[in-house]
Write a protein that binds this ligand. Sequence first.
Ligand code: DP6
Length: 330
Amino acid sequence: VKKSDVVSEILKDRLYVSPKNKIGEAYAPTNIALCKYWGKRNQELNLPVTSSLSISLADKGAAVSIKVNSVDQVILNNVILTPDSGFSQRLFKYIDLFRIENSIFFQINIQSNIPIAAGLASSACGFASVIKALNHLYAWELSNRELSILARLGSGSASRSIVHGFVEWHVGKRDDGMDSYSELIEKEWPELCIGLCILNRDEKKISSREAMQRTIETGSLYPAWPAKVAVDLSLLRQAITSNDFELLGRTSESNAMTMHATMLSAWPAISYCLPETLVTMQKVWKLRDEGLSLYFTQDAGPNLKLLFLKKDLHFVVEQFENVEVVNPFR
Ligand code: DP6
């Protein structure tokens, strides 16, 4: 099954019609996985080995507007990208799924308020906002489930960035991935805070795409990963339903640590930690020993995301320099 087969299955006779609106506009929040997606059973369609669970980051994300243009062009945070830049190429390869070559060109204007490729899920909100903007431009009126499947074709984690709140991405069984989509968990948790600890803004040396593939192929600890995810997903669902913050934090931190352990077992080993990452982890553990309810998670980059409750906001901000706090349910 090819990406284009999935696109025609979803859009049917709506594919290749002309845009209905002058401009397509949309916003998508980025998301942080509390139970990670690490490993694909199908690389073409970004079908995962396991389900995963995330929280969307409200006003941290990407706003996109797309309009018909005489040439293909990407403007990222007010800068025109050259057509051969990696970002532009990856984006138009995705756009190509929805158009006949040389029949129509687009100008895509993206305003993103998160560091691109520093392990802060910029591709997640990027592809999610682009598919939502195309949906607006063409007036396809796709459901969130369909948008999630199409966003996944750009980047796996983008399937979780269609809606705000807690989201579960169902692993699915089918070869065409029609049952591998994300769904909102109907539960708000207004006291929950996420602290973005940006320790380094450099672009990552190895993409999550490449890293997860190497982990699957050579990681001696990878076989233990799906069972760990099954346990953590059930604990996280329980923590969310019962407002059990300790359980949420503990499970999220342990899940991230285990994902990184599978990467350390790959050859050549992969580590996204910098010295400052380890120093910050030690600090979290020390504060926790002293009684603070504080946990972290880490993705494919050196930056940590802190998890805590609103009652500890002032103390956390005092302790961590440059932490940017997001309240996902504000
Ligand atoms: C560590 O979604 O970026 O952030 O599907 O290849 O585009 P591709 O990978 P991507 O991987 C995200 C990995 C992660 C964990 C997660 O977000 O679940």
